[in-house]
Design a protein around this ligand. Structure first.
Ligand SMILES: *Cc1c(COP(=O)(O)O)cnc(C)c1O
Length: 460
């Protein structure tokens, strides 16, 4: 297949015009999201005070396989899509592997990640509904930036609760979001009841996504015209990200390529879920059998060491209950961990696929080896990868090296979800040899598990 170009671009008119709803093809649908007050499955009406109406509807849609992308949104997507599928010829040569390595690059926009795919969709529907402002949380800052960009485009106000340690580690992310007109509040903060409660219990808390979500939800519910948006974890976000996989598949089809292995990093599951969606559809239908690997940090081992249980999406226990792999809403990842992928839970569809064995494997990797792979990749492929995406790079390299051992010429596809320009303090630590690794003990994880609720008749 020597005639495959370095970059396979789709034409704008080839861009998918519908998202693909992977949930509709699950062999076993995931357990319903529950209203914590009644322990009954949530309805669209239950979700509407929190989320935009259209997001609430999409979130509960388990039946429509394809959903039209609105015309106006398609036009906006064309600002930064289709994104390229790159054949990593230089990395293959560096590794001396017979494997063919491809990556789908989602970092080619100012927010620097795939998050813009969902941010524009959510802001679009909010504007359609006549809302005036959106609240959200951000960890590493990519989602906050994407939402700030989308809100400025549609003239909506964005209030972003940013995990406190991240706001300290990444001051320029804050500048970027403010440049796009967003208001940034380090979380936990004294602007909400839940933030004040967390601060009273843990005055020096560096925060977590779980805390920031509680704060953002509280503000949204208290203010009419304001709704809460989430950049990962939920099924409607996975739906928006399916454009990554749909484009990747179209590009591969042009050269008769099909992946043997699909790799992605998993924080809340949206970029991997989006990348693998159409290939997973093939697997569920028995048309092909690609091997799927989710990669997570050893310091936040949701799939590899978490429980499959109903849990809250946040620390303050205000969100609906989701059946997912979870470390418990009170789990606070070690502050030495750079980059995102710190969320305690995992998307419900991805959790179900992992539980049922269709998502074949989850692998936890330590951050110093992740950065080693990031640097190796950057030096031959040019792009400075996000620390999150570098988890996928690490495993793609490991799989390519296995092929070198065995002589197999497998085709490996991985998601390069974003760029690392705002992660230079982490690169500096790695370059200086001061980066440390952290693996929580079973006792530390037990602390987080103690937050998983006991639900009479559902889980003890
Ligand atoms: C947010 C983010 C992730 C993790 O989120 P998922 O929902 O698991 O995709 C991964 N990579 C980048 C670059 C991100 O910004």
């Amino acid at each position: 297949m020597e005639n495959v170009p370095y970059k396979i671009y789709l034409r704008e008119d080839e861009m998918p015009k519908q998202w693909y709803n992977l949930r509709a093809d699950l062999k076993t649908d995931h357990a319903p999201i529950l209203n914590p007050a009644t322990l009954q499955p949530v309805t669209v009406k239950d979700l509407e005070p929190i989320f935009c109406a259209e997001m609430a509807k999409l979130e509960l849609n388990a039946t429509n396989r394809f959903i039209d992308i609105p015309e106006e949104l398609l036009a906006i997507y064309r600002m930064f899509r289709p994104s390229p599928l790159v054949r990593a010829y230089c990395l293959e040569k560096e590794l001396g592997t017979p494997a063919q390595i491809y990556y789908k690059f989602e970092g080619n926009n100012t927010s620097g990640s795939h998050k813009l795919n969902s941010a524009f969709a959510q802001a679009y529907y909010a504007k359609e509904q006549g809302l005036t402002s959106l609240t959200t949380e951000t960890g590493a800052g990519q989602w906050g930036t994407a939402l700030a960009m989308a809100c400025s485009y549609f003239g909506l106000k964005a209030k972003v609760y940013m995990v406190k340690v991240s706001s300290q580690q990444k001051p320029y992310r804050k500048v970027l979001m403010e440049t796009y007109g967003a208001e940034i509040i380090p979380s936990p903060s004294d602007t909400t009841a839940v933030g004040r409660k967390i601060l009273a219990e843990h005055p020096s808390s560096g925060g977590s996504l779980g805390c920031a979500i509680s704060e953002a939800v509280e503000v949204a519910v208290a203010n009419p015209g304001t709704r809460y948006v989430l950049g990962s974890v939920l099924d409607h976000v996975l739906l928006h990200q399916s454009i990554i996989g749909l484009e990747a598949k179209l590009a591969m089809n042009k050269y008769d390529i099909y992946p043997d292995i699909v790799v992605g990093c998993a924080g809340g599951g949206s970029n991997l879920g989006g990348l693998m969606a159409p290939f997973m559809a093939d697997k569920l239908a028995g048309r092909s059998h690609p091997y799927f690997i989710a990669v997570e940090p050893a310091s936040c081992p949701t799939l590899t060491r978490g429980r499959f249980a109903y849990d809250f999406g946040d620390t303050g226990q205000v969100t609906p209950l989701i059946k997912m792999y979870t470390l418990g809403g009170g789990f606070i990842p070690s502050p030495n961990h750079a980059g995102g992928l710190r969320y305690h839970g995992m998307n419900a569809t991805m959790s179900q696929l992992y539980h049922d064995g269709y998502l074949d494997e989850a692998r936890a990797v330590e951050q110093s080896e992740v950065f080693k792979s990031a640097v190796q990749f950057a030096r031959v492929e040019g792009i400075l990868p996000a620390p999150e995406s570098s988890h996928a790079i690490k495993v793609a390299i490991d799989e390519a090296l296995k092929c070198k051992e065995s002589g197999e010429a497998k085709t490996i596809l991985f998601g390069l979800s974003g760029t690392g320009y705002f992660d230079l303090s982490a690169y500096a630590a790695y370059n200086a040899g001061t980066m440390t690794d952290f693996i929580p003990t079973d006792e530390e994880l037990a602390q987080g598990f103690s937050y998983i609720p006991k639900l009479p008749g559902i889980q003890e």
